[in-house]
Design a protein around this ligand. Structure first.
Ligand code: XIL
Length: 378
């Protein structure tokens, strides 16, 4: 006769506690907190940008937060051309290799960022006049880096920010020397070099109708050339005064209709006054002079602004969840507010509050407004 199976109350409690820990863990002594990656595990991946200090795990509190909250990472700077390819015939993979090891150790995927971009180029590219040299740079840069990391990173932002606000092609060094087709060439080279890696186009403001139309034309052109493109990244650098919710939703639908993944790849919401008309730029080359009026919240964020930020994040994630079948990843451009590039761009030395975790790495009301959307399903 089979023995009856008894589970003691203590064992049962242990099992329940373990199951609970998978989605509700505490970190850094801040009490119980939900984990974004656990909560959204059936919806989309949740990512953060990583800088060098974080890849090298130099700050235990940030490290714990990152490992608890995120299952995918994007290097904030270290795979950009000026760092990974400092001289014409010299590559430096030191930091990129560390990133790959970090992600492997923590079971995270890497979205590598970025192969072809007009910003943060090595200095030799600033003086490049000759078309053949630019073509050779494009091909060998992509080939060398993408093949090295094929099978080690999950995806590449193959081309970043090739479009103007009106949807025409930006006059970058690549466009000027190689013509509009440099984008197709870049994807063709990446496809050969990295057959096991997803290939994406990434840009800011491509939720805006004119620029979106340009992005759709670009993606269709790549597809029509028989070249692989797996997804499009909407960067998502917005301001709480003007998050374009409807345009974001329309963009998810229109991009997904092209048969590719849609991602939000650099999400942050500035709460500070924007020096730009309609807040619509994320051009890293824009630099605006500091003045105190542009930096109103040095002593903390007023409750009303904190609430507005929480509402904006809540509304955004409501849209993301509604379209989770089309969205594969949502990546924040940093973990805690201290790390955000928005403290120094476009005005240096400001105090912004753009992410879900504050300067002490505590979850903000925005964090709870995001996770509350899923509460009933937990
Ligand atoms: C930013 C980084 O966050 C900064 O540290 C760096 O100084 C400039 O670049 N669009 C992109 C990102 O694709 O690579 C940019 O990252 C932000 C805008």
């Amino acid at each position: 006769m089979k023995k009856p199976v008894f589970i003691s109350l203590t064992a049962l409690f242990g099992i329940l506690l373990l199951a609970d820990c998978a989605s509700h863990r505490s970190f850094s002594g801040n009490g119980p907190v939900h984990s974004l990656k656990a909560i959204f595990k059936d919806d989309f991946r949740i990512g953060t940008a990583l800088n060098t200090t974080q890849i090298e795990e130099k700050d235990p509190a940030v490290d714990a937060l990152i490992q608890e909250q995120f299952n995918t990472v994007t290097p904030e700077n270290i795979m950009k051309a000026e760092i990974i390819h400092p001289e014409w015939s010299r590559y430096d993979f030191t930091q990129a290799d560390r990133l790959v090891a970090y992600a492997k150790k923590h079971h995270m995927t890497v979205n590598a960022h970025t192969l072809i971009w007009h910003s943060q180029l090595p200095s030799f590219m600033h003086t490049m006049q000759n078309t053949d040299s630019v073509r050779q740079y494009l091909t060998s840069h992509i080939h060398t880096i993408a093949s090295r990391y094929d099978g080690k990173v999950y995806s590449w932002d193959v081309v970043n920010e090739a479009l103007n606000e009106d949807g025409t092609m930006r006059r970058s060094v690549f466009q000027q020397k190689l013509g509009d087709d440099f984008v197709v060439e870049a994807f063709r080279t990446a496809e050969k070099a990295a057959p096991h890696t997803k290939l994406y186009y990434n840009d800011y403001n491509i939720e805006e109708p004119a620029k979106r139309a340009g992005a759709i034309r670009l993606i269709r052109k790549i597809q029509a050339a028989g070249v692989r493109i797996d997804g499009v990244g909407i960067q998502g650098h917005w301001n709480i005064s003007s998050v374009p919710f409807q345009k974001i939703e329309d963009s998810i639908e229109e991009f997904a209709a092209l048969g590719i993944e849609v991602m939000f790849t650099e999400l942050d919401l500035s709460v500070l006054p924007s020096p730009f008309k309609d807040n619509i730029t994320a051009d890293v080359n824009q630099k605006i002079e500091y003045n105190a009026a542009m930096n109103p919240y040095t002593n903390g964020l007023p409750d009303s602004v904190q609430q507005k930020l929480a509402d904006c994040y809540g509304n955004l994630f409501r849209i993301f969840l509604k379209h989770k079948d089309k969205i594969s990843r949502v990546t924040f451009w940093g973990a805690g507010d201290q790390q955000s590039w928005l403290n120094d761009w476009p005005v240096q030395g400001r105090t912004d509050y753009s992410l879900l975790f504050d300067r002490q790495l505590k979850p903000k009301p925005a964090f709870f407004s995001v996770i509350n959307l899923k509460k009933t399903n937990l």
